[in-house]
Design a protein around this ligand. Structure first.
Ligand code: VGL
Ligand code: ZN
Length: 206
């Protein structure tokens, strides 16, 4: 892979894997493939979903609401999730099977109590930046390859925002798993196609 390409590994954390608080079916199955793919990239960025215990996206913080319901927040509709990826808890760690020693940055997102952040670039208020765009640009990166969890939420939002910041963006489909809540996977692919995000499978990469 050229020096201008980077791999973004989204939210590969125990809470998104079977047995975790917000388990994505088959989430842990992608770990060996992600480790292998990372060897092709000089720049690898890992992300961690990283919430305070009183985070606005947790159903438990809204009396009378149940997980997977919806509420309206000042920045728009918000899915209410089971409590997950509480900062410094074991479920919020990087997956113990991840072995990417040359990964050069870790972006933690969703740590502001009143704002969720599926995207690794922009929080859900669509205004607060994580700084990832500047990090990548200052390293001369123009092409992003994105994998991880969950395909229809954090991977999709990260890929869409990557396009918005002017990067070429490709999702490595077999190195992702999806939640698929109320048709969210099909809806995500429709938005991604519109944004110019390309899907690829890992054999097409090398
Ligand atoms: C995610 C729901 C809530 C994700 C994070 O990583 O896709 N989904 N927080
Ligand atoms: Zn979250």
């Amino acid at each position: 892979m050229q020096k201008t390409a980077a791999l973004i590994v989204v939210d590969l954390q125990p809470d998104f894997c079977p047995g975790g608080a917000l388990a994505v079916p088959g989430g842990d199955e992608i770990v060996p493939l992600v480790n292998k793919l990372a060897q092709n990239f000089e720049t690898v960025v890992l992300t961690q979903d990283w919430h305070p215990a009183d985070h606005v996206s947790f159903a438990a913080n809204h009396p009378g609401q149940a997980p997977f319901g919806m509420i309206d927040l000042p920045y728009g509709p918000q899915v209410l999730w089971p409590t997950h990826c509480v900062m410094e808890s074991p479920g919020a760690a990087l997956h113990p099977g991840l072995h990417i020693p040359h990964a050069s940055a870790i972006i933690r997102k969703g740590s502001h109590r009143n704002v969720d952040s599926y995207s690794a670039f922009l929080e859900a208020d669509r205004a607060t930046r994580t700084g990832l765009d500047g990090y990548l640009t200052s390293r001369g990166v123009t092409d992003l390859y994105i994998c991880g969890l969950a395909l229809d939420f954090c991977v999709a939002w990260t890929a869409e925002d990557a396009r918005g910041f002017g990067f070429n963006a490709t999702i490595i489909e077999d190195a992702c798993r999806a939640i698929d809540l109320n048709g969210s996977l099909a809806a995500a692919w429709a938005r991604l196609a519109k944004a110019g995000v390309k899907p690829i499978t890992s054999p097409g990469l090398t």
